[in-house]
Design a protein around this ligand. Structure first.
Ligand code: PLP
Length: 469
């Protein structure tokens, strides 16, 4: 992508020039390398919400003009979302939920699969692990040493269970290594052995075009979050076949879910209404649809190609930092979205993140990223080390927990930002002892904070400014 076009794209994101305070009292424009957690908003998304606000009213609940318009806008948002993923409205529905976690929990609650009929993997975010573990007694697909899915184990487990596995659920892309799973192959295997496929697309959908019917076997269910795709207004989507939601009671019941209620009888509405209890998040739905429209209109495949190039660049630049370990296979060998996790030998992951934040103005994440079994695997921890780490966590001792540092890109990030990160890491390496002495660890939270200044008090003061209306 040429620089002019990239500058235009960057101008479409809110907040890229925001200056943040550093521990030496200066200010610097924030470099956000934590897009896997949440992306900043697209200007077009905020404009869509602002232009609609004067018309905002109740959905499905009134007959005034604004109410009818709001209902139509909500329906149009659903149509745009189905369309973006190539899902025909006669067969599929897009249920609005608050985020991917809620969508996956809903599915685990809602699907009539019995215990031990679900196959998930050891590389999942907790939100695609715990709902199945707790509600359906999931089995887990093993991983290769470098953290990829072991497809032979997937097939073995499907074959061995002789059509007893009814559901396979995998992340489209990992939030730890960015690895993109071979969804089409998994869909075909699942279908061959009589199982449906759920894709946790929280990390895939914002960074890779997904069509649910692109090959001989469709993806059955897809869950993702708006706040990870430039639409931070509290909505996410669970997309799936209408037929899956026609029978059985919804997971939550109340207003909007019924077509008939008498003293004796309750008749639920057809999906999607029966699955969306109460007044829906209309602004969230509008924002998410506006974001997808923006991506479609701004050559999403080109943005995807740009992110892939940036990821390769970052991976190789990071390798030049002495003592840096990268996790997962290189992006040339295995497709990855722009998520890279690493450790710097001899420096705690929390300290690396603190130094980047307080002295370089770079936002990253550190820890286990809500994917503890996967991080344990990538770190090569023994069973005894895992038990001891989890015992520390159970006891609330956060100081010594294992983990990694994670950077993650959006299409607006630049090679210059990667260079700043790499320079900062090299400086940290060079002045390791001096820098370590500049921080103290808070035993309660496990956070590293600068010894000078009172960062928490300054943060409290800044927080208050948003409420002095
Ligand atoms: C792969 C994956 N799945 C699910 C989630 C949960 O997303 P949310 O917190 O928006 O529900 C995340 C969040 O980071 C994720 O990375």
């Amino acid at each position: 992508m040429d620089i002019k076009r990239h500058d235009q794209i960057r101008a479409g994101i809110i907040g890229l020039d925001t200056k943040i305070p550093l521990s030496d009292g200066t200010k610097r424009p924030y470099i956000n390398l934590d897009n896997a957690a949440t992306t900043p908003p697209l200007r077009a998304v905020v404009q869509a919400v602002q232009s609609f606000l004067p018309w905002y009213s109740s959905v499905h609940r009134g007959f005034g003009y604004k109410s009818q318009l709001s209902t139509a806008v909500y329906a149009e948002a659903r149509r745009i979302i189905l369309d973006f993923f190539g899902a025909p409205a006669e067969k599929y529905t897009a249920l609005f939920v608050k985020n991917a976690s809620e969508g996956l929990n809903k599915l685990a609650q809602r699907l009539p699969v019995a215990e031990a009929e679900v196959l998930t993997t050891w590389m999942e975010h907790h939100s695609n692990d715990l709902p199945w573990r707790l509600r359906k007694q999931a089995r887990f697909i093993q991983l290769t040493n470098d953290g990829c899915l072991d497809l032979a184990d997937l097939e073995r487990k499907l074959r061995k269970a002789r059509h007893r596995i009814k559901l396979v659920t995998v992340c489209g892309a990992s939030n730890v290594t960015g690895i993109i799973n071979p969804i089409q192959t998994i869909a075909e295997l699942a279908r061959y052995y009589g199982a449906q496929l759920v894709v946790d697309a929280a990390q895939l959908a914002p960074h890779y075009p997904v069509q649910i019917q692109s090959g001989p076997a469709p993806i059955d269910f897809l869950a993702f979050s708006g706040h990870k795709m430039y639409a931070p207004f509290g909505s996410g989507v669970l997309l799936g076949p209408l037929a899956a939601f026609r029978d059985g009671p919804p997971d939550q019941v109340g207003g909007g879910t019924v077509i008939a209620v008498s003293r004796e009888e309750v008749v639920f509405a057809p999906p999607p209404e029966r699955e969306e209890v109460g007044t829906p998040n209309l602004l969230g739905a509008l924002a998410l649809a506006a974001s997808l429209r923006w991506l479609s209109r701004n050559d999403f495949p080109q943005l995807v190609a740009y992110e892939a190039e940036l990821t390769k660049y970052a991976y190789h630049q990071l390798k030049t930092v002495p003592g840096l370990t990268l996790y997962g296979p290189p992006p040339e060998r295995y497709p990855r979205v722009g998520v890279i996790s690493f450790n710097l030998e001899g420096i705690p992951h929390g300290l690396v993140a603190a130094y980047l934040s307080f002295e370089a103005g770079i936002g990253v994440r550190h820890g286990c990223f809500c994917a503890r079994p996967y991080v344990h695997h990538l770190l090569g921890l023994s069973a005894a080390e895992i038990i001891s780490a989890e015992n520390l966590a159970k006891a609330g001792k956060k100081c010594l927990l294992p983990g990694m540092v994670r950077i993650s890109f959006g299409f607006y990030n630049t090679k210059a930002e990667v260079d700043q990160l790499v320079d900062a890491l090299k400086s940290l390496r060079l002045e390791e002892e001096k820098i370590k002495n500049r921080y103290r660890i808070d035993p309660a939270t496990g956070e590293y904070l600068p010894r000078i200044g009172n960062f928490k008090a300054a943060l409290r003061r800044h927080t208050k400014t948003f409420f002095n209306l």
